[in-house]
Design a protein around this ligand. Structure first.
Ligand code: ADP
Ligand code: MG
Length: 270
C-alpha cells in the first residue's frame, strides 16, 4: 500500500453488479428530480433549492461546486435523507423516499449513505477503531462482526496502524481518513462529502481527494463531493455547478482524459 493509502483495496458496496450492465448505461444509484427546499419561516423564509435534478452514477466521483449560500449543503442534506424536500422526488438505490416517515428515511440513510464532513465529526473520547465501530453499530452490524469490519475499513484508508489512537493524536489528514473509513463501513451505495478538504493543507487535501476518487472506482458506489477548492477539480469525473438554488452548468470529464488532469466538457444530461 502506498503511504497515502490510495492504492488500498476498498471494500465493495453491498450490490457489486457492474456499473455498465448489458446495456452499457451507467448504473444510477441516486436520482433527484425537481427538488425544491424552503427553509426558515415567515419573513425569513428562503427558497434554498428551486428545482434541482441530478443523478449519481456508480463508479463516478461527482463534484458539486458553487458560491457560499448557493444551496450545496441543503442539497447534500436532502440527498443524504437528513432533510425532506418541500417538493420533488428522490430515489436512493432504487427506492423512492416518497411517503417515508422520519424513521423510514433514517433507515434508508443508514443502509445506503455514508457521510464525510469538513470538521470530521469524530467522537473525541473514542479511538479511531471505536469511531468506525460506532458507525457500524448504528448501521445495524452484528457486534461480533463490527471489530473486523471496522479494522477492514481503517485498513482500506491506510490507517490500521492508528486503530487504537484517539482523534486528538491524529493529524487533520488522518482524522479525515478515519471519517472516510467510518463513511465506508457498512458498504453504502452513496458517499456524500461536504467540503472534506477545506480544513486541510495542500498535501493532505490531495491525499483525501485521491482516496475519495479511489472509493468512487467501486462499480456499485457513487461519491459526491461538495467543494469550492479548485485543487479538487482534477479528481472529478463530473462537475455540477449550483448558483442561487439552481443548477447552472454540468460538465463531464472527456473519456480520453486521465485522472489527475482537468479536462471537462459541458453536458446537458441530469
Ligand atoms: P451553501 O452550502 O452552498 O453555502 P446552504 O445550503 O447552507 O448553502 O444555504 C442555502 C441558502 O439557504 C442560504 O441562503 C442560507 O442562508 C439559507 N439557509 C440555510 N439554512 C437555513 C435555515 N436553517 N433557515 C433559513 N435559511 C437557511
Ligand atoms: Mg455549505
Amino acid at each position: 500500500m502506498s503511504a497515502d493509502g490510495t492504492s488500498a483495496m476498498i471494500a465493495p458496496a453491498v450490490d457489486s453488479s457492474p456499473a455498465t450492465a448489458t446495456t452499457g448505461a451507467p448504473k444510477v444509484v441516486m436520482e433527484a428530480h425537481n427538488i425544491v427546499k424552503e427553509l426558515g419561516a415567515g419573513a425569513r423564509k428562503t427558497r434554498a433549492l428551486k428545482g434541482v435534478s441530478l443523478s449519481l452514477n456508480a463508479g463516478e466521483l461527482t463534484l458539486l461546486m458553487g458560491p457560499s449560500g448557493s444551496g450545496k449543503t441543503t442539497l447534500l442534506s436532502i440527498l443524504g435523507c437528513i432533510l425532506s424536500p418541500t417538493g420533488g422526488t428522490l430515489s436512493v438505490a432504487g427506492r423512492s423516499t416518497q411517503g417515508l416517515n422520519a424513521e423510514g428515511l433514517a433507515d434508508l440513510r443508514r443502509r445506503h449513505i455514508g457521510f464525510v464532513f469538513q470538521a470530521y465529526n469524530l467522537v473525541p473520547t473514542l479511538t479511531a477503531l471505536e469511531n468506525v465501530m460506532l458507525a457500524l453499530d448504528l448501521r445495524g452490524a452484528s457486534l461480533s462482526d463490527a471489530p473486523y469490519l471496522a479494522w477492514e475499513a481503517l485498513d482500506a484508508v491506510g490507517l490500521s496502524h492508528r486503530a487504537h489512537t484517539s482523534p486528538s493524536k491524529l493529524s487533520g489528514g488522518e482524522k479525515q481518513r478515519v471519517s472516510i473509513a467510518r463513511a465506508l463501513a457498512g458498504s453504502p451505495s452513496v458517499v456524500l462529502a461536504d467540503e472534506p478538504t477545506a480544513a486541510l493543507d495542500a498535501e493532505n487535501g490531495k491525499a483525501v481527494m485521491a482516496l475519495l476518487a479511489e472509493v468512487a472506482k467501486d462499480k456499485s458506489r457513487a461519491v459526491l463531493v461538495v467543494t469550492h477548492d479548485h485543487r479538487t477539480l482534477e479528481y472529478g469525473d463530473r462537475m455540477i455547478r449550483i448558483e442561487d438554488g439552481r443548477i447552472a452548468s454540468r460538465m463531464r470529464r472527456r473519456p480520453t482524459s486521465a485522472r489527475g488532469q482537468f479536462d471537462m466538457v459541458e453536458t446537458a444530461a441530469a
